[in-house]
Design a protein around this ligand. Structure first.
Ligand code: PGA
Length: 244
């Protein structure tokens, strides 16, 4: 199975910046072979990304979605609206959503349900904080988060589900989990859910290979290094090599 590299752009890149980046990206990664590539721009840049990547194999995901298809939810965007744009999936429950925007296991589960019902793919994020790891609670936290996800996705519908293991202490900090720490967490998640598990947290061209080489690491969710074309392409090239 090809590895999956997803770029989480967070609140970066205007529509114009997105169009330029995606036009260049399509030309660089479309024929890499054994790697699946996804970009997750902000809502206002999704249309530009879909247009610029049309006709390539690169998919465009959103960063979150409301669970209802429409309704009185000021400021929200539904999976149905995303699908109409040509978006094929969405992140769910990124740790920034959990920490800064009151995302819970329950709201994450509802979003997953809404996305799958609309025929979109889900990239659901889990991961422990630094204090949870220091207290020896990593597996307890992962089990709780994974069970909440698994509960809303019947086994027969898991083809559209991918999980990202993102230790919160490694996001945007330059501190990466060691390949052994990543492998252990991924194997633990795989013992609950047989779906691809991406690693995220300070993935860069310099550390991508040792992480992607781990048996239970099925790809990477890349934040900062996905904003620069050269570093994102380099990670995609590494994945194509490691996955072939
Ligand atoms: P980072 O972000 O690669 O900048 O650590 C990863 C993420 O937040 O998904």
């Amino acid at each position: 199975m090809a590895l999956l590299i997803a770029g989480n752009w967070k609140m970066y890149k205007t529509g114009l910046e997105t169009a330029l980046f995606c036009t260049a990206l399509g030309g660089r990664v479309d024929d890499l072979g054994s790697v699946d590539v996804v970009v997750c721009p902000p809502y206002t840049s999704l249309d530009e990304a879909v247009q610029a990547l049309g006709g390539t194999t690169v998919e465009v995901f959103a960063q979150s979605a409301h669970w209802a298809s429409e309704g009185p939810f000021t400021g929200e965007i539904s999976a149905t609206m995303l699908a109409e744009l040509g978006v094929t999936g969405s992140l769910v429950a990124h740790s920034e959503r959990r920490q800064l925007f009151a995302e819970t296991d329950e709201t994450a589960a509802r979003r997953i349900d809404g996305l799958l019902a609309a025929g979109l793919r889900v990239l659901a994020c889990v991961g422990e904080t630094e204090s949870e790891r220091d207290e020896g609670r990593t597996e307890e936290v992962l089990a709780r988060q994974i069970e909440a996800i698994a509960a809303v996705v019947p086994s027969a519908e898991r083809t559209n589900l991918t999980v990202a293991y993102e230790p919160v202490w490694a996001i945007g900090t330059g501190r990466t989990a060691t390949p052994e720490q990543a492998q252990a967490a991924h194997a633990f998640i795989h013992s609950f859910l047989e779906v691809p598990v991406l690693y995220g947290g300070s993935v860069k061209p310099e550390n991508a290979e040792e992480l992607l080489d781990q048996g239970d690491v099925d790809g990477a969710l890349v934040g900062g290094a996905s904003l620069e074309l050269e570093s994102f392409v380099a990670i995609c090239e590494t994945a194509a090599r490691v996955g072939s």
